[in-house]
Design a binder for this molecule. Structure first.
Ligand code: AMP
Length: 178
């Protein structure tokens, strides 16, 4: 459980921008966290405590999932693997398609970076509808590894992203909920 002080400081630091990038969206800008190194360190500590001894690799989702993901993996002394949007990685790579509100999207990962049997933490900055995270977990599991944990800085309650993750029987952690 994150301390009340940490949650409070994060709430005061993260900026809410109404109607960005389109009307109706409450955009959470996490960039002010990176102006406060001590706060950043406390966030990493929180994520590390959640995953310590429980995962063999960390996957971060492009691009804000890299901001905390690499630091978490280094602290846990496990590999960090980038999950990228389509078209950014050289071959060989493995990919997974997923449905958006309109149309499809695709994510990719270098082939061979995940090993069969590994317990994997999938990390992103924010859990919204859960579509991207669910596809990331499928990408991990089709390579014989297990999506055993999910962590996010922020979860948006009203979008019920967690429903999409339930089938993986994994632990889910968010530091903040809106
Ligand atoms: P989803 O697949 O719907 O769970 O979308 C998650 C991704 O979209 C995350 O990587 C976030 O960075 C981004 N995102 C979605 N909604 C917001 C929001 N309200 N504020 C900031 N980022 C968002």
């Amino acid at each position: 459980m994150p301390s009340k002080n940490l949650v409070q400081e994060l709430e005061q630091t993260i900026e809410n921008i109404a109607d960005f990038p389109i009307p109706g969206i409450q955009f959470k800008d996490i960039t002010p966290i990176f102006l406060k190194p001590a706060l950043y360190e406390s966030v990493i500590d929180e994520f590390v405590q959640f995953s310590k001894g429980k995962v063999d690799a960390v996957c971060g989702i492009e691009s804000r999932g890299y901001l905390f993901g690499i630091a978490i993996a280094v602290a846990l002394e496990v590999p960090f693997i980038l999950i990228r949007k389509k078209g950014k990685l050289p071959p060989p790579f493995v990919s997974e398609k997923y449905e958006l509100e309109y149309g499809f999207s695709e994510i990719e990962m270098r082939e061979g970076q995940i090993k069969a049997g590994q317990r994997v933490l999938i990390h992103d900055d924010l859990l919204a509808t859960g579509g991207t995270t669910e596809a990331a977990a499928r990408l991990v599991e089709k390579q014989g590894a297990k999506a055993s944990q999910f962590s996010f800085l922020i979860g948006l309650k009203d979008l019920h992203g967690e429903d999409k993750l339930r089938k993986f029987n994994a632990e889910v952690f968010r530091i903040l909920e809106y």
